[in-house]
Design a protein around this ligand. Structure first.
Ligand code: SAH
Length: 397
């Protein structure tokens, strides 16, 4: 238990007793001891009962709980090894570690793995750590030590927190290796046997969108013989699967030049680059320009249109506009794979936006699949906010 203590106002203990891991600032009655940004604090109910231990931050979410109950552990070396070992064993059970077929997976999905504010993605023998809170940022040495104890053959740990840790909590934070160093070579990982070049040092997020693994596999089932348009392609995950599954042609679009370079590199690794063309363009203008071109399968996987509740309405309008454009370009009998990774947009709201888009496009459509994030991005039942990715596969008439 930590000497720094936060005692809640009367009646504000219910959500913690249900193991929801956040304490909002309005629930705090008093603070004692040295409660500074990032320090582990003991959280007590108004009657003094210990509810758990978490990291403090001076914001609307004031504490993110790491452990619950009267025996809650302080986040020491043993705590970290235990949490990361649990996370690793789950992925082992999913067949994601050391099978040779797939060597890229998410090791910790923040609250979904009992470590709020911490994302760790594994690429072969390298782990990429992204911290989203001061508490996690300050824990990096313990996290790095635990990673080495838990993952056999780990060669490097890259810390990519500079863009994600609150700026005030870590002024001047720089990305860099906590273990090992840059190999200076291209890194190739495999997902379901598909090779991908991943650049975690300069790429978006931790370098690869691991959360689409299962949805890419599903797309492979539908891709043979089809003309495919993969929009917001990033490094061409869906494109590569489509090519290897036997698509007739694949067009990939992303506004980032660097992403398009990597997409072309990844397409080349399939040996089927002659069936592939990539465009470094804005998706909306690409679709406008190629309005008359039809595809048998279109993927729409935009970045989060709404990062906050206040942006939700505009986001829904954006999803409607994008999906209407997508549906209009689908050849009769074709398929739309459409996604939203905005956490504040529920599956129901997203489906409503896609329905409105189909009406606007004047095309009847049926839902074949409802998609979500894969099992290495687990959602704690007690923290439903951890669910963010949703998708639909539509058959368009
Ligand atoms: N489907 C991808 C992940 C998409 S991430 C995968 O499986 O890996 C979203 C991508 O959209 C990013 O690569 C970003 O560069 C791109 N992007 C964002 N806004 C865009 C726009 N207006 N037009 C084209 N690409 C855009």
């Amino acid at each position: 238990m930590s000497a720094a203590t936060i005692t809640l106002k009367p009646g504000k203990d219910q959500s913690l007793r249900r193991r929801h891991p956040w304490v909002f600032s309005g629930a705090i009655g008093r603070m004692e001891g040295e409660v500074t940004e990032g320090t582990p604090v003991t959280v007590r109910a108004s009657n003094g009962e210990v509810l758990g231990v978490g990291h403090y931050a001076p914001g609307s979410i004031a504490v993110r709980l790491l452990d619950f109950g009267p025996d809650a552990q302080l986040p020491d070396a043993a705590f970290w090894e235990n949490r990361l070992r649990n996370a690793y064993q789950l992925r082992q059970g999913l067949g994601l570690t050391g099978t040779g077929n797939t060597d890229v997976y998410r090791l910790t999905h923040a609250e979904g793995d009992g470590v709020p504010g911490l994302i760790i993605d594994v690429y072969g023998d390298t782990a990429v750590v992204q911290t989203h809170s001061a508490g996690m940022y300050q824990s990096r040495p313990l996290i790095a030590a635990a990673l080495q104890a838990v993952i056999p053959g780990l060669r490097a740990i890259y810390d990519k927190s500079a863009e994600t840790v609150p700026a005030k909590a870590a002024p001047g934070a720089q990305n860099g290796y906590l273990l090992g160093e840059s190999s200076g070579q291209e890194h190739v990982v495999h997902e379901n046997g598909h090779p991908f070049v991943v650049d975690w040092e300069t790429g978006q997020k931790t370098g690869f969108f691991i959360d689409q693994r299962d949805n890419r596999s599903l797309l492979a089932r539908y891709a043979p013989g089809r003309r495919v348009l993969n929009t917001f392609c990033y490094t061409g995950g869906f494109s590569t699967y489509a090519l290897q599954a036997g698509a007739e042609l694949v067009h990939s679009v992303d506004s980032s030049k660097r992403a398009i370079e990597l997409t072309e590199r990844n397409a080349a690794l399939t040996g089927l680059a002659h069936k592939h063309e990539a465009f470094a363009e804005d998706v909306f203008s690409f679709m406008k320009q190629h309005r008359d071109e039809q595809y048998d399968l279109i993927v729409l996987d935009p970045p989060a249109f709404a990062k906050h509740l206040s942006a939700r309405h505009n986001a829904l309008m954006g999803y409607k506009r994008l999906n209407a454009a997508g549906i209009s370009q689908i050849a009769p009998g074709g398929l739309l794979f459409t996604f939203s990774c905005s956490q504040v947009v529920s599956p129901e709201l997203f489906e409503g936006a896609v329905l409105a888009a189909a009406i606007e496009a004047g095309r009847p459509a049926r839902i074949l699949h409802r998609l979500t994030q894969p099992a290495d991005h687990p959602v704690s039942l007690f923290h439903p906010e951890g669910a963010y990715l949703k998708g639909l596969v539509l058959a368009v008439e």
